[in-house]
Design a protein around this ligand. Structure first.
Ligand code: ATP
Ligand code: MG
Length: 457
């Protein structure tokens, strides 16, 4: 940060403090280039490094940049200095949802709206292999239209390091929203843990207080691990049924998003709204809902995940990126781009490995070393600067979502680029979800070109 002016990297004018989290502060800021309001989360690298989560956070952030949804705070840009990481995010003007609850329980209509938006956001991210693992009031924000904006999605490594580090853990207060299996610190499934937290949120919205609460922390843990809670008298039966399924301490038995969506309360909401909703359903669907449904269809059919809404929001994102024509992050510097490439894939690791092996065979390259998730491909012919060698490393985000890095480990950079462009990229085409970094702009332009067509639908 410049010391004379309140400007960050000559691109953002920093404004007031919006809040303080475990890892640092969040400031309001305005882009000097586009004038857009943003929120900037400033994270102390040391705190993250202490728990050994740096690499994971970088990977998560790479993924997070791909996740765009109307109910999720979008990560616009990441910058880094020696000691700090800056997450530039969409700004949620309406503040925290729970400032509303602090004034008393919500009307069933309103709780229904926010809960549906939350489940849609969570479902969308899960379909992309991204988990939250820290759903709690501070991360549920509202935009200027009073629609939900979930923040910190994709930063589950941060949530993890908070839990690993006893010190950080105590600063983040009581784990009222955390699933029992997470508290037990055994391996857990991010999908199920998020659903538990959504259940707690639903309870709080309708009741105005927490389902698991006790002045004695041990007693509170006990209640959480038993799933022991009591619904107030005004909770309708269909909400009670839904909550029992979501707040099941056994993650195996806990409701899935599909089950939540099937529940009568989720579908119809409060009786007073039923008629209105039916009318709405016959009329035009909410564009946000539409984007979600179409995205899901795409996710399930495993095709190119480009829906009208995704394209539209990618376009908005890129207007900002292109107009400031810059490094998207301190992590992906230009010099690296020429020697390495990254892509995400929705295929299992074995499929990716087999494909890389086929490519090596066809290019008459030797597969020299094969550790877990690492393939070394070595050319047999000597090139300008010795044999060209590539390392392909596969990082698991989930069993069906991987980040793959292909790096030149030896040989001439020009030869590397040639073989990548002519052979490797085309041969990987059908297993690549998105190429990261250098193709981003090209890709977004292609996406942007599709917008008029999509909008006509
Ligand atoms: P944790 O450190 O566990 O994530 P937290 O969510 O409270 O806790 P931060 O994510 O650092 O911490 O956020 C701090 C506060 O800043 C939030 O409580 C919220 O009120 C505000 N805030 C965060 N992101 C935004 C945003 N995009 N727009 C507006 N306000 C935000
Ligand atoms: Mg937060």
């Amino acid at each position: 940060m410049d010391s004379t002016t309140n400007t960050l990297m000559q691109r953002y004018e920093l404004g007031r403090l919006l809040g303080q989290g475990t890892f640092g502060k969040v400031y309001y800021a305005r882009s000097s280039i586009t004038n857009q309001s943003v929120a900037i989360k400033v994270i102390d690298k040391d705190k993250v490094i202490r728990t050994g989560q740096c690499e994971r956070i970088k990977r998560e952030v790479t993924i997070m940049r791909l996740v765009r949804h109307p109910y999720i705070i979008q990560l616009l840009e990441i910058m880094a200095t020696k000691s700090k990481i800056y997450f530039v995010m969409e700004y949620a003007k309406g503040g925290e949802l729970f400032d509303l609850v602090a004034k008393g329980k919500l009307k069933e209509d309103d709780a229904h709206k926010y809960f549906r938006q939350l489940v849609k956001a969570v479902d969308f991210c899960h379909s992309r292999g991204v988990y939250h693992r820290d759903i709690k009031p501070e991360n549920l924000l509202l935009d200027e239209n009073e629609d939900l904006k979930v923040s910190d999605f994709g930063l589950s490594a941060l949530a993890e390091s908070k839990r690993k580090d006893g010190l950080l853990h105590t600063t983040c207060g009581t784990p009222s929203y955390v699933a029992p299996e997470v508290i037990r610190r055994k391996g857990y499934d991010g999908t199920k843990a998020d659903i538990w937290s959504c259940g707690v949120v639903l309870f709080v919205l309708l009741a105005g207080y927490l389902p698991f609460h006790d002045s004695n922390l041990i007693e509170m843990y006990r209640k959480i691990s038993k799933g022991e809670f009591t619904c107030p008298s005004w909770f309708p039966n269909n909400v009670r049924r839904l909550l029992c399924k979501m707040l099941d301490p056994d993650p195996e038995n806990r409701a899935t998003v599909a089950k939540i969506r099937e529940s009568s309360w989720f579908r119809k909401g409060p009786n007073s709204r039923q008629k209105k909703l039916e009318v709405e359903n016959k009329a035009i669907t909410n564009p946000a809902d539409q984007s979600h449904e179409s995205d899901n269809v795409v996710a399930e059919s495993n095709q190119e995940p480009v829906s009208a809404a995704a394209a539209a929001s990618i376009n908005a994102f890129d207007i900002i990126c292109l107009s400031s024509g810059f490094n998207l992050s301190g992590f992906f510097e230009d010099s690296f781009r020429r020697r390495e490439a990254r892509f995400t894939s929705r295929q299992p690791a074995q499929v990716i490995i087999s494909r890389l092996e086929e490519i090596a065979k066809r290019l008459k390259m030797k597969i020299k070393k094969k550790a877990a998730g690492l393939l070394k491909l070595e050319g047999v012919q000597e090139g300008r600067k010795g044999n060209l060698s590539l390392d392909a490393e596969i990082f698991e985000i989930t069993p069906f979502f991987h980040l793959v890095e292909v790096k030149k480990s030896n040989g001439d950079t020009m030869e590397y680029q040639e073989i990548m462009d002519k052979d490797i990229r085309p041969a990987l085409k059908d297993i690549v979800w998105v190429w990261q970094g250098e193709n981003q702009q090209e890709q977004s332009q292609q996406l942007a070109q599709q917008i008029p067509e999509n909008n006509q639908q």
